[in-house]
Design a binder for this molecule. Structure first.
Ligand code: NI
Length: 255
């Protein structure tokens, strides 16, 4: 059974068939889903989806791409939402220097630090988004040595992967590892122990080959599982089971 540790089913892309898609997952081999929020409203929606579906859990947080108007009240709202029984992490939080119209770097770092502090206070893992901000993201998480979690859709170097693994972090792998230009992914996966790998769709985005460009859904993770299994020399069934157990351990969902 598959554990999709990162999917945005609150996205407008699922407006027409959200409940249908989510309800069909267990019978299609998807045991668990974590739906991270990107701002207060989508975090609320993530919690609502988790209330409606037993196999869905929520993470709550403010995404670096959505943090430009973040206020003290927003952080307080995230703190309140985090108390919900089906909230398993603070996320998705981090730094995104790719989009030029995102908030200034210093402001992103401030919002990131506040949410790492919240995770530390509430003893929750974090889901970290790091796009074109590897050095600063690593430096900021090192300021919080008691906070652990996952680097979502990991895009750093094998050296950075090794450093995070030593510190106790998990690495998330998504559809792009199936793309032809994914040159660095095999090297990163090679240095990542089996017990630190989790799989993510980032649905509706990052759809794996051969469906690249179409809407992503948790069932399509089988293509990511196949690629990881091939690189790690295990069977796809073993890789599914290993990543399921890793996700359970990461988010405190052990049987
Ligand atoms: Ni995401």
């Amino acid at each position: 059974m598959i554990f999709d540790t990162h999917a945005h089913y609150d996205s407008g892309s699922f407006h027409a068939d959200r409940d249908e898609v989510l309800s069909s997952l267990p019978a299609a081999g998807v045991a668990l889903v974590v739906n991270p929020g990107c701002d207060v409203e989508s975090s609320r929606q993530a919690v609502a989806l988790a209330e409606q579906h037993p196999h869905v859990y929520a993470a709550v947080g403010i995404h670096p791409g959505d943090c430009d108007d973040c206020t003290e009240e927003d952080i307080a709202a995230i703190r309140t939402l985090a108390a919900h029984a089906k909230v398993v992490a603070i996320g998705e939080i981090g730094l995104d220097y790719y989009w030029k119209d995102n908030a200034p770097k210093e402001f992103q770092q401030d919002i990131f630090r506040r949410q790492l502090a919240l995770a530390e206070e509430l003893d929750l893992p974090v889901i970290v988004h790091d796009r074109e901000a590897h050095g600063d993201t690593l430096a900021v998480v090192k300021e919080f040595p008691h906070v652990r979690g996952v680097f979502h859709c990991f895009s750093g170097s094998p050296e950075m992967a090794e450093e995070l693994i030593k510190m106790g972090w998990y690495l998330g792998f998504d559809g792009p590892i199936t793309y032809k230009n994914a040159r660095r992914s095999p090297e990163v996966v090679a240095v990542t122990p089996l017990d630190r790998i989790v799989i993510e769709t980032d649905a509706p985005y990052l759809t794996p080959e051969p469906f690249r460009g179409k809407r992503n859904e948790s069932t399509k993770l089988s293509y990511v599982v196949e690629k990881l299994a091939e690189w790690k020399g295990v069977s796809p069934a073993e890789m599914e089971e290993i990543t399921l157990q890793n996700g359970r351990r990461l988010f405190g969902l052990e049987d």
